[in-house]
Design a protein around this ligand. Structure first.
Ligand SMILES: C[S@@+](CC[C@H](N)C(=O)[O-])C[C@H]1O[C@@H](n2cnc3c(N)ncnc32)[C@H](O)[C@@H]1O
Length: 225
């Protein structure tokens, strides 16, 4: 599909800490299309708020975003001074193009965009440089993919034992759980209450996206025996 046949809408997000004069505004072009990776999901705004609040810790850290789609959290991390790589499925070139377009919209020409399909040990995955943080917003949305996501995360944290996977998910069914899979892939998870990073709001970063959705934040790391 050529670029001129797409209908793009640019959304703006402004992150600011209470009683702090610093702020960050980023623009994310969304595509008018019903595919998953074409627009910003509520989880992305919540994860981006976490990234913004952790901005000092992220300076000069190497960060990889999985299933990035339009890449709000990765763009925020790059703007905060992290060395960011964005990725989406190697089989979804339109989503990879969205990652690139979000970088272009925020003057981030040096951010690499990689095709990384969850659960697949590809040459791109094997040749990644050492990582500090992995980001994943709304990557647990299709139960049949949960294990593939965690296989990739498990592979990455085995190679980078100190790395953390920062992820947000939207509660869509009380029956869904990743607990058994975390155990199977030697991972552990800590829930991060939203109020700790000022994300327990229906409006965030100037966006109404969080609304009444129930979004949770977790940090997943390697289980040490
Ligand atoms: C619900 S969307 C979330 C997009 C973005 N992270 C956000 O929160 O705005 C899920 C994302 O995962 C990507 N995805 C789906 N299956 C994938 C796979 N097997 N490997 C890698 N990425 C995948 C989609 O292309 C899409 O960008």
């Amino acid at each position: 599909m050529d670029e001129s046949s797409l209908t793009l809408i640019e959304k703006t997000f402004t992150f600011q800490e209470c009683e702090d004069s610093q702020s960050l505004t980023v623009s994310i072009p969304e595509v008018l299309d019903s595919q998953y990776g074409m627009y910003v999901w509520p989880c992305a705004v919540v994860l981006s708020q976490y990234v913004w609040m952790a901005r000092e810790e992220l300076q000069n850290k190497t960060v990889l975003e999985l299933g990035a789609g339009v890449s709000l959290p990765g763009v925020v991390a790059a703007k905060c001074g992290a060395r960011v790589m964005l990725s989406d499925s190697a089989e979804l070139p339109l989503c990879l193009r969205n990652c690139r377009r979000s970088c272009d919209a925020n003057n981030l020409p040096g951010v690499p965009v990689l095709g990384l399909t969850w659960g697949r040990v590809s040459p791109e995955l094997l040749s990644l440089t050492p990582l500090d943080v992995i980001l994943g917003s709304d990557v647990f949305y299709e139960p049949e993919d949960f294990e593939d996501v965690l296989v990739t995360v498990s592979f990455l944290v085995r190679r980078n034992p100190h790395a953390q996977f920062w992820t947000t998910y939207q509660e869509r069914s009380a029956d869904w759980s990743i607990d058994a899979l975390l155990h199977k892939w030697d991972l552990k998870c800590t829930n991060v209450p939203l109020e700790i990073f000022e994300a327990n709001k229906t409006h965030l970063a100037g966006s109404t996206l969080p609304g009444n959705h129930t979004v949770q934040m977790m940090i997943i790391t390697r289980k040490v025996f």
